[in-house]
Write a new protein. Structure first.
Length: 148
């Protein structure tokens, strides 16, 4: 490269650098996925939670938990007034979540696996999906309580 060509190549190099930095930021941000047995254990020790309005019956809470999972595409595989279990196979995840009633709270637990390109399954946390469930639960529980 001669000194005369350097100014013309500089914008290309700068653009490639910016593109690489943006790509790296997207990889780091991802969908807030934590991977590994310890990550799942740590999450389940302090999971996302939602408060249950005191005016709702256990049956109403069960209905809200079931509706929340199914409306997001999860298949409900088990349900009772104390917990609802959903599964979802999507975007490399074999995801399972349990919405478990604990006193006046719903804990959003996970037992999910991320499937890598090589087919290896690692425990993983689809945190963004769980946060969506949390938001939906909060909204639906408040709406249900407001209807009384």
């Amino acid at each position: 490269m001669t000194a005369l060509n350097a100014p013309r190549n500089l914008p290309k190099i700068a653009m490639l650098t910016v593109f690489a930095m943006l790509l790296w930021a997207l990889v780091l941000a991802g969908c807030k996925t934590g991977v590994g047995t310890q990550a799942v254990e740590k999450y389940n020790q302090n999971p996302l939670i939602v408060s249950i309005p005191s005016t709702l019956s256990p049956k109403e809470v069960e209905e809200v938990m079931t509706l929340t999972l199914s409306s997001r595409g999860w298949t409900v595989v088990q349900q009772s007034p104390q917990e609802v279990v959903g599964k979802l196979d999507h975007r490399g995840f074999d995801a399972k979540t349990t919405l478990k009633v604990d006193g006046n709270l719903i804990k959003i637990l996970t037992d999910s696996y991320f499937k890598s390109e090589g087919g290896k399954r690692e425990p993983g946390i689809p945190k963004g999906w769980l946060e969506n469930l949390q938001k939906d639960l909060q909204t639906r529980l408040a709406t249900k309580a407001g209807q009384k």
